[in-house]
Design a protein around this ligand. Structure first.
Ligand SMILES: NC(=O)c1ccc[n+]([C@@H]2O[C@H](COP(=O)([O-])OP(=O)(O)OC[C@H]3O[C@@H](n4cnc5c(N)ncnc54)[C@H](OP(=O)(O)O)[C@@H]3O)[C@@H](O)[C@H]2O)c1
Length: 226
């Protein structure tokens, strides 16, 4: 049976690179995106893409219920960024980042775990960020850092739950990803110091390989020279 991987955020800067690499490696990729327009654009390129609001728990459950048992892994790239220290970060700002960075991962993990248990295993690849690990980096990005910190703890909890069940989670930690949006936002930076979506996608391919699958509790820091 063809092995299927769910990639959330398949139209994103990172997600698109991951989809390309996984398809080239022979996997069937089931992409989810936030909007119908993104789904149509991907479908034109031959990618199976479904618009799915991952902050809608019930919609996520319905999407996963439709999936066959061929899904062996999920790469959860959906997430976003917000700047702001304590003074700028009110409850609404916290909740926005919580929803976008944590709930979008949590709902999919929760929906997919029973499938993985039934079929005897499965793998989650989550995307964290450096400000969630280093307070110096996070002090002016409070909501972003808190919400991504929860992603690391989600991976820890999956690994405890999944021990002995062949279910595991790893976290990819990029520094600044070399994307058109980042180049526009920080035009004078040395882009060669950033990490490319291709390098992250290669790492994810390795994590999903027979060797990579043996890694438990992986936290992979792709900082390059940034
Ligand atoms: N960019 C960086 O420098 C950087 C650094 C460290 C960590 N990260 C993390 O890396 C990941 C990927 O970043 P990126 O820059 O590639 O992101 P991006 O280009 O903004 O892509 C975001 C993707 O998520 C989808 N999406 C947004 N909200 C959604 C929702 N509620 N439900 C379902 N899908 C939704 C978007 O779909 P549509 O296209 O349909 O809107 C798009 O496919 C994120 O978790 C981010 O926090 C990024």
């Amino acid at each position: 049976m063809e092995q299927s991987v769910i990639v959330t955020g398949a139209s994103g800067n990172l997600g698109a690179g991951v989809v390309k690499k996984l398809k080239a490696a022979g996997y069937r990729v089931l992409g989810t995106v936030g909007s119908p327009g993104s789904a149509e654009a991907l479908q034109k390129e031959g990618v199976e893409a479904t618009p799915l609001d991952l902050s809608d728990e019930e919609a996520v459950r319905r999407y996963i219920d439709d999936k066959t048992d061929s899904v062996f892994a999920a790469v959860l790239t959906v997430g976003g960024f917000a700047a702001g220290g304590f003074c700028e970060t009110d409850g609404a700002a916290l909740r926005r980042m919580y929803q976008l960075n944590f709930e979008t991962s949590y709902f999919l993990v929760r929906a997919l775990l029973p499938t993985f248990e039934k079929k005897g295993g499965g793998q989650f690849i989550l995307v964290g960020s450096r400000p969630a690990l280093e307070a110096e980096e996070g002090k002016d990005l409070i909501a972003y850092a808190f919400s991504k910190r929860l992603v690391f703890y989600l991976a820890e909890l999956i690994n405890v739950y999944g021990k002995g069940k062949n279910i595991s989670a790893s976290v990819i930690v990029p520094s600044t990803i070399d994307t058109p949006a980042n180049r526009q936002a920080i035009p004078h930076a040395d882009f060669s110091k950033w990490v490319t979506p291709e390098a992250i996608a290669d790492t994810i391919c390795f994590l999903l390989s027979d060797s990579g699958r043996q890694i438990r509790e992986g936290v992979v820091k792709l900082y390059n020279e940034a």
